[in-house]
Design a protein around this ligand. Sequence first.
Ligand SMILES: *Cc1c(COP(=O)(O)O)cnc(C)c1O
Length: 392
Amino acid sequence: MSRNDTRLPSRAPMPETGASRALGSPMQPSVVYTTSDPDSLDAIYEGQASGYSYAREGHPNADRLASMIDGLEGGQGGVMQGSGMAAVTATLMGLLQAGDHIVASDQLYGRSLRMITQDLQRFGITHTLVDPTDIDAVTNACTSATKLILVEVVSNPTIRVADMPGIMALAKERGITLAVDNTFTTPLGYPAYQLGADVVIHSVTKLMAGHSDATLGYTLARDPDHRKAIYDFSTTTGLTASPFDCWLAERGLYTFELRLARAQSNAAALADALGAHPKVEHVLYPGRDDHPDKALADQVLTAGFGNMVSFRIHGGRAEATKLTRALDDIAFAPTLGDVSTTLSHPASSSHRGLTEGARLALGITEGFFRVSVGVEPEDALIASFETGLAQL
Ligand SMILES: *Cc1c(COP(=O)(O)O)cnc(C)c1O
């Protein structure tokens, strides 16, 4: 082969697939998109033509995934972010400014609490944390400076149920933006957007993607100005979702409804088995009559009580360690929403930053565990826990 026959690699479109097309979605990792001339690039930026320019600003895998989640929430124009925390950050930083006040649940996801109490504070945004099961407390916390209320429908790891009907009505009456982090409940458990939330946030990392291999967030805003503010903040600060993660999450989402249905029925059965077990001091599951928010749960969680179960055993760290080791086929891992059942220990993970007194006020002892129930066969799952508890 002479030197003249050499063709250096050059950019060219992928082959067309002709009369057939791929059933699986392609993954498009390209950072940049070419156009024929400045006018056509202009047309894309001005929204007169569809198309992409630079992946930080958007790409096909993010749009495909966002439109699937839009369908579940019943809205349109959702924006993907690179993590659930990126979605929380884009919402708070995109919509608030110095001098604003935010009312938030005192049992939000730990990093959300940190963002509100430490980071927003640095930018002159003040906050009041309240018990979201107590509508009077939420009402009293709102001032004329309150611009946004942020709640999770079911709290972590105490599985308390927020007074969503009361909070929705309050936000509407006062003209305050209501942002709901719907990660625990998902749109199938609580259709936050259809019920009136102004902004819905998801950590897609959890149940929706479902396989613990993609880190992603999603935000859906009703007001087009809010949507633009969240999108612009995400793009400017680089909170962009990766095409590969979006591609993985899309695949996970096809089985989401099946996985949730199975995980939820497993959770109800596991909660009852734990509730009846002599080694278990207390179990928390919103579907049970002994749940402190049973009446609210029946009103709010009409499509099922979710896949999260918490329970407490007698004793301290030594007993907790013993149980964790005895449950050798249940992964000990501080996450939720995986296809498999995972066990977490809030005192040593999500709530380690609190003082012991603050943990105890929430009921989080050293013997307190949270279970994210997966899709295993129910009998095998319950047998695993019974075998583990028998070793205490
Ligand atoms: C996990 C989680 C987040 C953060 O999501 P990441 O994808 O881990 O950044 C936010 N809110 C809730 C309720 C969560 O469970």
